[in-house]
Design a protein around this ligand. Structure first.
Ligand code: ZN
Length: 55
């Protein structure tokens, strides 16, 4: 059931766009290599898979 809800939310995002929360990730070996990442609060889509949402 949870999967279905997530799927429906993802369909909403496809039409209306993701509800982005932005965060930064370090991409390189050295911590000064920072990249902008995005997490969608609605469907849970994560550009880098690094967002800490408490799960
Ligand atoms: Zn989304």
């Amino acid at each position: 059931m949870k999967k279905l809800i997530r799927w429906i939310k993802f369909q909403i995002c496809k039409f209306r766009g993701h509800d982005w929360t932005t965060y930064t990730v370090s991409t390189g070996y050295y911590s000064y290599d920072i990249e902008q990442a995005g997490y969608c609060e609605r469907c849970g889509y994560d550009t880098h898979g690094d967002y800490d949402n408490g799960d």
